[in-house]
Design a protein around this ligand. Structure first.
Ligand code: ZN
Length: 462
């Protein structure tokens, strides 16, 4: 329930939650870092400052964050809720796609999607992610799991209709999902999810824009990911670039999230910036698939709306925002030959406020500020890989978070004041149950797709 102004303003009302005594990295407009507390009432941050506890009515819940960094929850700007992790590695791209990825996608059933959503959301909570946007199969399952897990999810059914027997959702199932789930749950948004320009028909894309406007929802897709896509689109669209063609078909704008945007001409880059398109930079996936590096520094300098996405567990393989910040930083430094490219504070901002802006929710999440939703992550810095640690005046806390820490260092994940990870333990999902379920359902899925023997026999004789 949203807090009323009175509840938020009443200084006498007890807090629901106080995250106490940590180094608070706000990622606000001034990039303030301070030692102190973050207080929560009715799902919102109501105060940030030193000692908010002494002389006050006791809070319903206190989290001891001494020795910890307190961060805004991370936002994943592009991912797929699938579970085929570590099973189709090191294959040539078209072998991977045609012999494994597509048969597996065609074999997907709702039961598999439920298991995949559970394991992905468990991992995201474990790693400090509080909001995500996905694109995959059977969206009702993913939406249902999101309602249960406590995360904020934007669910986009992955529509593939070219060829017709494609391994995806259809325009009809996507629209039905939007009708069912749009406005149904405060933490779940239902969007349109055309897979790409090369797997969805132009007339479907045009129709999606009409429907997205009618329902007041956004569109999430892949764009300009590879040189192969650029060549294919040029052939089909009379020499147009993918970015130009997508603009012609759906009209790029702030309500469109495009993953990758690696292959951008100067003209495309200008269009991305002026349109307000949300770009999800997926550094790890781009490297793993050998697709190159997006022009991140130029996009940032030009004022593009830019955030970070992990992409799927097939092409990453983790849903870890810390790892994604580090890979984005390494890639930018590597391709530019400039060690100053994408400094630490910029990377942290991309993974929080940047991704929140991509999803169009930067007014509500992405930073620790009074009035924003209480999406908060506590990271244990009392560990050898975070030493030496200097906290005075901000010290090297941001540098340690970006370059030295991982998702496994997260001890508390809070969404809207609800503690979803408590001292490293999930509170809304059962990890033991999910582990068994995923093994069972992944086995069933790979067997149905006719690829289980490949996975089991790959190392048997070698
Ligand atoms: Zn993707």
């Amino acid at each position: 329930m949203d807090a009323t102004t009175d509840e938020l303003d009443d200084p006498q009302a007890p807090f629901d939650l106080v995250v106490r005594g940590g180094t608070v990295v706000t990622v606000d407009a001034q990039d303030r870092i301070l030692d102190g507390d973050v207080a929560v009432r009715s799902g919102h941050i109501v105060e940030i400052g030193p000692d908010l506890v002494t002389g006050r009515a006791p809070a319903a819940r206190t989290i001891d964050a001494s020795g910890c960094a307190v961060l805004p929850g991370f936002v994943n700007a592009h991912m797929h809720e699938c579970m085929e992790r570590g099973v189709f590695e090191d294959l040539p791209f078209f072998t991977w796609l045609e012999d494994f990825a597509l048969p597996k996608d065609r074999a997907y059933e709702p039961r598999h999607q439920r298991a995949a959503a559970l394991v992905c959301q468990a991992e995201m909570i474990r790693n400090g992610t509080t909001s995500f946007i996905d694109i995959f199969r059977f969206p009702h399952e993913a939406a249902d799991v999101t309602a249960q897990s406590g995360l904020r999810g934007t669910i986009s059914p992955q529509v593939i209709d070219d060829p017709e027997e494609g391994a995806g959702e259809t325009l009809a199932t996507n629209e039905r999902f939007v009708e069912d789930w749009n406005g149904r749950h405060e933490r779940v948004r239902a969007w349109f999810g055309p897979h790409s320009l090369y797997t969805v028909r132009p007339e479907t894309l045009r129709r999606m824009r009409v429907l997205a406007d009618r329902h007041g929802v956004g569109i999430h897709t892949h764009l300009a990911e590879s040189r192969g896509e650029t060549a294919l689109v040029a052939e089909r669209a009379g020499g147009l670039s993918p970015t130009r063609w997508l603009d012609e078909l759906i009209g790029l704008g702030p309500d469109v999230v495009a993953a990758h945007c690696v292959e951008l001409s100067d003209d495309d880059l200008e269009l991305v910036v002026t349109s307000g398109l949300g770009v999800a930079h997926c550094a790890t996936s781009n490297m793993k698939l050998g697709n190159g590096a997006a022009r991140v520094r130029e996009l940032l300098a030009a004022g593009a709306t830019l955030g970070l996405g992990t992409d799927s567990v097939m092409t990453n393989n983790n849903l870890d925002p810390f790892e994604e910040m580090r890979q984005a930083g390494l890639l930018a430094k590597f391709v530019s030959g400039d060690a100053t490219a994408l400094e630490s504070a910029t990377l942290l901002r991309l993974a929080t406020m940047g991704s929140a802006a991509v999803l169009g929710v930067a007014d509500r999440v992405g930073s620790l500020e009074v009035g924003k939703l209480a999406d908060i992550v506590v990271v244990d810095l009392a560990q050898p890989h975070a030493w030496p640690l200097f906290t005075e005046g901000g010290g090297n806390v941001v540098e340690q978070i970006v370059w030295s820490m991982t998702g496994r260092d997260v001890v508390h994940t809070v969404v809207g004041g609800e503690v979803l990870l408590d001292r490293g333990q999930l509170t809304t999902l059962d990890l033991v149950e999910i582990g068994d379920l995923v093994d069972r359902e992944a086995t069933h899925l790979l067997r149905s797709a006719g690829v289980l023997d490949f996975v089991l026999d790959r190392h048997r004789n070698g």
